[in-house]
Ligand binder design. Structure first.
Ligand code: FES
Length: 318
């Protein structure tokens, strides 16, 4: 769902981190969401960028996101930080959620840097209803956003670890301290995600791990494609009434965009979720880093920037 929302405020939360509040310009109630959800913002430059919601789902009049200014990033965060956006209107897609809280009797959260944003919404929603703990690392204390709010919510359940005071998070000890009934959630920079993924694999806890990426994982750790080879696939774009061929050298997204230039995309690496499209017929060969094993099995949706097909033909709802 796409809506035009007004930027009502922007506030410095930590070094290089601002929170941005968006609301309907006419004051209408916003679509609901659950912790782990993100918005996709269409920036004035045309860039599409995804940001986790970190406010309260109970507040249906505004969405809150937080943005780290990445000096060497791809430009989206600099645009949000450096352009005076308050009072302007942005097109927003979503909320979408690929990082849902599964029911569990106990939770362990591990966050690095700006990866705290979805986890802030999660721990706020859990409150004191179930046992949980959070290990939150950052470069320095002043670079870590929302620490006061987190400590108010969780008290002793929240362990803050600025790297210049305590070193890197001791991922092995943290994961090793979780029992088998604990659902483990991790969001942060790629090295932290890989360290947690490896620790969970070593300790046979991989099935409990839920990760949200905002960069692609290193080659080799991606979920392997069911079919290692790229074969030509005929892609029927049902709404457009056109069938296009995606040969081995061309992504299905590129084939789609030849007919539907406005088809959304952002990362082109299978982790952001922008290009998601509903599958009407055919069997996708999922190569993204988003869908769970059950969602892959269901085959109802796919990410055509990286995924291909196990069938000779796909029919997509676009
Ligand atoms: S463009 Fe990011 S998942 Fe396809």
């Amino acid at each position: 769902m796409t809506t035009a929302l007004a930027v009502t405020s922007a506030r410095l939360e930590a070094d290089d981190v601002i929170s941005i509040v968006l609301a309907d310009p006419a004051g209408r109630v916003l679509p609901d969401w659950r912790p782990g959800a993100h918005l996709e913002l269409a920036l004035p430059s045309g860039l599409l960028r995804q940001y986790s919601l970190c406010g309260s789902p109970e507040n249906r009049t505004e969405y809150r996101i937080a943005v780290l200014r990445e000096a060497n990033g791809r430009g989206g965060s600099r645009e949000l930080h450096d352009t005076g956006l308050v009072g302007k209107t942005l097109k927003v897609n979503g909320p979408r959620n690929h990082f849902e809280l599964v029911p569990s009797s106990r939770y362990l959260f591990i966050a690095g840097g700006i990866g705290i944003t979805p986890i802030l919404a999660m721990v706020r929603s859990l409150g004191s209803s179930v046992p949980w703990s959070l290990h939150y690392g950052g470069r320095t204390r002043s670079s870590m956003a929302f620490t006061d709010e987190l400590c108010r919510i969780g008290g002793a359940r929240v362990a803050l670890s600025p790297q210049d005071e305590d070193g890197l998070l001791d991922v092995d000890a943290i994961v090793g301290g979780a029992d088998e009934s604990t659902a483990i959630y991790c969001c942060g920079p790629a090295p932290l995600l890989e360290a947690v993924r490896e620790a969970c694999a070593r300790l046979a806890r991989g099935a409990s791990l839920h990760i949200e990426r905002f960069t692609a994982s290193p080659a080799g750790s991606k979920v392997p494609a069911a079919n290692g080879e790229n074969t030509t696939v005929a892609v029927e774009l049902r709404r457009s009434g056109v069938t296009v061929q995606a040969g081995p050298e061309r992504s299905i997204l590129d084939a789609i965009r030849e007919i539907v230039p406005e088809a959304p995309y952002s990362c082109t690496e299978g982790y952001c979720g922008s290009c998601e499209v509903r599958v009407i017929e055919g069997v996708p060969d999922h190569r993204d880093e988003i869908l769970t094993a059950e969602e892959r099995e269901g085959g109802r949706t796919m990410f055509p920037c990286v995924s291909r097909a196990l069938s000779e033909r796909l029919v997509l709802d676009i």
